[in-house]
Design a protein. Structure first.
Length: 338
């Protein structure tokens, strides 16, 4: 075979292999966006807003090209094809047409982490630097206040040593409370000051003043009730983390450490009037701030079986009955803003 023919055969082989590789890439991407084939199905077009009634919003955590994107599905069909937006977040929450998106790039320095306040059309109305790695995010029922928690050292609430910082922003006036550690703290009826105080996991009341959160100090965690206007927090109960206030504001859902020092938690609900608690039917360890889908149902994220760095959303009845149920796969940070 002549040299020129050999070169032609080689060129044809290279083109054939390149075409095969491109086809495999396209097929893999297509499979990554279809349920049961490696990832959730992504619907084309449609747009995502924070004002549409009857939708469930969440971050797409499935493997594929839209990983991290804010997505929407009909609340009555949570496992249907999802519409993905162009907004990418590490944590997200929305209420009354206001959203808070916490951004962080892998390995990013603290100054690269940001909190974005977005309107109902997902347009950024304010951007603020974060002091660390995003952890929790919430918006008050009216949309007026946004809160977020970041790790300033450590990467897990199960770590032996970690430090958090929790901020609250008034989205109407622009006033920022950069750290709840600056609020006056009353513990068991006495003023409390300590270098090891940490707060995380804010949840808001409808009155645009009252909030609940986790306090950690002296090796114990506490449920606290706070006032934004008075800049005060008061302890209510022990061994409460990542509280979530029910829509009727009579109960708190939270994760409770199963034993001192353990990195395992059990989801509970507490009656705020009596401080009596009961465990939920979910017996797996939930390291998340649960969301009330309604007055009877809680949603939370759990790691996806066999998939690294991915979570699925589950639900469980709030009264302790029933059993956990898969809500939708490849998702995190749920909210019902409409």
């Amino acid at each position: 075979m002549s040299l020129s023919r050999r070169l032609l055969v080689l060129a044809a082989a290279v083109l054939l292999l390149a075409g095969l590789a491109a086809a495999l890439v396209v097929r893999a991407a297509d499979r990554a966006e279809r349920p049961g084939t490696g990832g959730p199905e992504i619907a084309a077009g449609g747009g995502v807003t924070l004002s549409r009634q009857g939708e469930l919003l969440f971050l797409n955590s499935g493997q594929g090209p839209r990983r991290g994107a804010l997505a929407a599905v009909p609340a009555g069909a949570p496992q249907s094809a999802r519409t993905a937006s162009d907004l990418d977040c590490r944590r997200f929450y929305a209420a009354a047409g206001t959203g808070v998106c916490l951004r962080s790039s892998p390995g990013a320095l603290a100054q690269d982490n940001k909190a974005l306040i977005v309107d109902a059309d997902l347009r950024t109305v304010r951007s603020l630097p974060l002091a660390g790695t995003p952890s929790r995010a919430r918006v008050s029922p009216s949309g007026r206040f946004a809160a977020w928690t970041v790790f300033v050292s450590g990467e897990s609430y199960g770590s032996a040593f970690f430090s958090t910082r929790t901020a609250i922003l008034d989205t109407r006036t622009g006033k920022l409370e950069p750290s709840l550690e600056e609020f006056a703290l009353s513990m068991d009826g006495r003023d409390h000051r300590a270098a090891d105080v940490n707060f995380w996991g804010v949840t808001f009341s409808k009155d645009d003043d009252t909030f609940y959160a986790t306090l950690a100090t002296a090796g114990q965690t506490h449920l606290v009730r706070g006032s934004i206007s008075r800049r005060t927090v008061t302890t209510l109960a022990q061994n409460v983390e990542c509280p979530s206030l029910s829509p009727d504001e009579t109960r708190i859902a939270y994760k409770k450490r199963v034993r001192p020092g353990a990195t395992l938690w059990r989801e509970h609900v507490m009656d705020l009037g009596t401080l009596r608690e009961h465990a939920l039917a979910e017996k797996r360890s939930v390291d998340d701030q649960a969301v009330w889908l309604d007055d009877r149902t809680l949603a939370y994220a759990l790691p996806t079986d066999g998939a690294a760095d991915s979570t699925d959303l589950w639900t469980v009845p709030a009264d302790g009955t029933g059993a956990p149920r898969l809500l939708t796969s490849g998702a995190s940070s749920p909210s019902r803003p409409g």
